[in-house]
Design a protein around this ligand. Sequence first.
Ligand code: NAD
Length: 296
Amino acid sequence: MSGIVAFIGLGHMGGPMAANLIKAGHRVRGHDLDAKALKNATGAGVEPAGSAEEAVRDAEVVITMLPAGRHVLGLYGEILGLARPGTLFIDCSTIDVADARTAHERAAAAGMRALDAPVSGGVVGAEAATLTFMAGGGEEEFAEARPLLEAMGKKAVHCGGSGAGQAAKICNNMILGISMIAVSEAFVLGESLGLSHQALYDVASTASGQCWALSVNCPVPGPVPTSPADHDYRPGFAASLMAKDLGLAANAARAGGVHAQLGLRAAELYAAFAEGGGAGKDFSGIVRTIRERSGE
Ligand code: NAD
């Protein structure tokens, strides 16, 4: 790809992702409503644009990394009519599956092409270009996007048609959110039974209870020294983001009539944890709430 990549939304994730595109030799014109975010990106070689309209003019690809669906749809409303016909719009934000499908429809109606491509891997992955992308859209669009995605990540999976990337993202995070609660409840139950954290870890991490929430992001300090629990629950993956993603999963489950009882309950528990002061902590900090509430 030799043309200009417009990158809109240069925050915690978008900033380093745009910087990695530049490192890979792409020309990136960026925009963010936040002057500081734009300035930081400019320092990494992004050509600053004073408006989204200016960023997308003559661009071959438009990448967005915005907080939520309303930001993406609002922005698309402003810029879809201004880009060159056939421009590929890649939205990497985590948004509602229904909003992602609406974004695809609006792009097509304006003569543009679209891909939803949310990510897993967090700010560390964005900085190290080790993100995993989950993409939804046409084969051709995915093939065209792949070199850009691979410049920002280590893996890109084509999950299906429009919205399939967002669907994969919220399903994966529903597994993660529920399994972290399961592991946390097991540690607190073990405490009440006089079982040491290390003993439970040594058994479960090599037995059928093994999962990422236990063996990589262990919610209690000690067994996995690199886990956020050993660093006062500094994220990692912030509880506010887990609450957001599980909220999206819960909405989708309700809309589809899916009997996802644990997913819905996990969404409520992370929302309460985030609202109760845990928003900026790693989501594994939910173990503290479970411990505090035990015996109530
Ligand atoms: P962020 O708030 O740091 O960045 C979003 C940026 O978008 C901000 O700088 C904001 O000023 C800008 N913005 C909002 N509306 C805009 C508009 N109309 N025009 C231009 N700029 C606009 O958020 P983030 O942490 O970078 O997350 C971005 C997305 O990635 C979210 O959807 C989030 O759920 C997802 N995500 C985040 C992480 C993470 O660990 N931070 C991990 C995976 C996925």
